[in-house]
Design a protein around this ligand. Sequence first.
Ligand code: ADP
Length: 191
Amino acid sequence: MNLVLFGPPGAGKGTQARVLVETRGLPQLSTGDMLRAAVKAGTALGNKVDALLTKGELVPDDIVIDIIAERYDQPDCAKGAVFDGFPRTIPQAEALDSMLSVRSKKIDVVLELKVNDKVLLDRVEQRIKEGGILRSDDTPETLQHRLGVYYKNTAPLLAYYGKQGKVVTIDGMAPIADVTQQIAAALDKKG
Ligand code: ADP
């Protein structure tokens, strides 16, 4: 099964992706994690994207499309994957559809984690209070910017996948265990 975890920054996609790794045995393909790893390792790619990540701007489509295609061809993705933070633009979604279709695969479901802006901002403030700033883009100011990018570039994907009949909406403001439960129920229904 190939599934997309969809939602605004800080909605809890990473948290739920990690649960799905455990419960469904599918690998988590997080473009954000891969890009941060490249920055940390100081690779050419990392140096190229560092400033974009810190500002909360999107990395160019061709870069993330390439890293996803390379990752998806690893043997652990043979039974599918959990796409987390990808796709984030219509061209990325189109590239993902064609990448899967040439491999006789498809996206089975898009799980939309719905969380309102106020709750997202509260969560960042809480994280900073508890642990300080652990990620260069995890500040209230940058979150505002990332939300703007999300509504402009990423939210239109809901209509794209809606037309394909693939979107299941999950209440992302419920406690973590409830969100996990809602997702499990949605996936079990899909078979
Ligand atoms: P969050 O889920 O908290 O928004 P991510 O870890 O998914 O954060 O992404 C962090 C940053 O990495 C983004 O703000 C962007 O700069 C870059 N990035 C991640 N995925 C993509 C993508 N699919 N397309 C373009 N940029 C991306």
